[in-house]
Design a protein around this ligand. Structure first.
Ligand code: CAO
Length: 409
């Protein structure tokens, strides 16, 4: 079967996580992604290694289905070869520190001149302004995009979320921009510049907190568990952030992840009152309406917890779902990696790697009926040098050997 992005060639100048997460999605959607690495390789190949002398899981889990070539962009020969790669590519993606590609000599003006059809995507920490020249990592973006100030409990410090919203969250925004630019190119015949800032992507994901910032101007936020409000949206623990109250309540046997997140929609109250053994609360005017419960949500979730602590989170999941009550057990990473339904959905997949044997990774969350994804190994460093340089760019084998000897590839 064909693939959605078949025939699209991506020049992948990305490293670490934000950029590689984007180009991995493009590869899964069928693009031919050629990762161009410095002779030492993407730094993550060697970071957080679990097995000596083989590419780390950090690298293998973010670079599946790509090809790898090495190229010294600081050599004159390297720049010439890169020029040929640009001419043959549809998309170029990079997430180096600000100005790095310009310093290599490849400004947007030059890239456009070399290939007017090129879609050129850059991920940076920040947009135009005081921070433009600053580098950024995941939690820097979480700090500056609204996530950290709103995550955690009221009486504790700001907290980073375990979800990589700054890196992989930005990556998926970049994918959206690249795909839109490719569609527009189909009409105009021209490529364009796509830029995504990590701070902007996190802010986009914190949209509802900016909603609440404006609601604060009209008084306290009654659905928040907080008793006092200042001039900014406070950290609100596990409050749902939506129009329906929710909280994580403890379950048996009381381990660190033995919790379930329960949302109490108006129709859920009667069955919940029955389940927790307090049927009288279904009729009690002090409890029967969402408005009546609003000023005692902590007490409401305490009553639910007094019941849930006697049951496992999976039993509570089943019991609440019998009554169509939205809830989610807190699943640990161990539970997730062993989850049969995630494996059945190709979301937890095992991939053969030429040096580590096999590794487990997270599959592609975007499912297209006419473009199935088969997750395949990440490439070894420079594994495709010969394919790309000799067979595709037509470099003579003697010159190829010389380029290797001279540290150009
Ligand atoms: N050949 C020769 N040199 C190469 C090369 C190649 N193929 N590929 C990269 N380089 C060089 C670049 O030219 C640059 O050198 P100069 O600074 O001398 O111009 C250098 O390698 C890369 O610099 P960098 O600033 O990207 O790398 P860093 O490790 O200092 O910083 C990071 C890393 C992530 C902070 C920075 O790249 C960044 O801010 N990126 C944008 C935001 C981003 O994506 N962050 C998320 C990272 S994932 O958590």
């Amino acid at each position: 079967m064909s693939k959605a992005l078949e025939g699209v060639r991506v020049l992948d100048m990305t490293h670490v996580q934000s950029g590689p997460s984007a180009t991995q999605i493009l590869a899964w959607l069928g693009a031919d992604v050629v990762k161009v690495e410095a002779l030492g390789g993407d730094i993550t190949r060697k970071q957080l290694r679990d097995v000596p002398d083989v590419d780390s899981l950090y690298f293998t889990m973010l670079n599946c289905n790509k090809r790898s070539v090495t190229l010294n962009m600081k050599s004159e020969e390297g720049k010439k070869i890169f020029t040929e790669l640009v001419r043959k590519s549809d998309v170029m993606v990079e997430n180096f520190g600000p100005g790095a590609v310009d310093r290599m000599g490849f400004t947007w003006d030059l890239l456009q001149e070399l290939n007017p059809k090129l879609v050129y995507a850059s991920i940076k920490g920040f947009g135009e302004g005081p921070y433009t020249h600053y580098k950024a990592y995941e939690v820097v973006a979480q700090a500056m995009g609204g996530s950290m100030s709103t995550t955690g409990f009221e009486d504790g410090p700001p907290v980073a979320t375990g979800a990589q919203i700054g890196d992989s969250g930005t990556g998926i925004h970049a994918v959206a921009g690249i795909l839109a630019a490719l569609v527009q190119r189909g009409v105009t015949g021209r490529g364009q510049r796509v830029t995504v800032a990590m701070q902007h992507a996190v802010l986009n994901l914190c949209r509802v907190k900016l909603r609440d910032q404006q609601r604060l101007g009209h008084g306290p936020l009654p659905e928040y568990p907080n008793k006092e409000f200042g001039d900014s949206v406070p950290r609100s623990g596990n409050a749902s952030g939506g129009g329906q109250p929710g909280w994580a309540v403890k379950c048996a046997p009381g381990g660190p992840d033995d919790y379930i997140y329960v949302i109490v929609q108006p129709p859920g109250w009667v069955p919940i009152a029955e389940l927790i053994g307090r049927p009288e609360l279904a009729e009690d005017p002090e409890w029967s309406t969402p408005e009546a419960r609003l000023n005692k949500l902590d007490k409401m979730f305490q009553l639910i917890e007094e019941w849930s602590v006697h049951h496992s989170k999976l039993d509570v999941l089943a019991m609440l779902n019998e009554h169509n009550i939205p809830c989610g057990p807190i699943l640990s990473t161990k539970e997730l990696i062993e989850d049969a339904s995630l494996a059945d959905n190709n979301m937890i997949v095992t991939v053969d790697h030429p040096e580590r044997g096999s590794f487990t990774t997270v599959g592609c969350p975007i499912k297209l009926s006419d473009s199935p994804v088969k997750v395949e190994t990440s490439p070894l460093l420079g594994q495709h040098n010969e394919d790309v340089y000799v067979r595709e760019l037509g470099i003579d084998p003697d010159r190829f050997a010389e380029l290797q000897k001279n540290g150009v590839i």
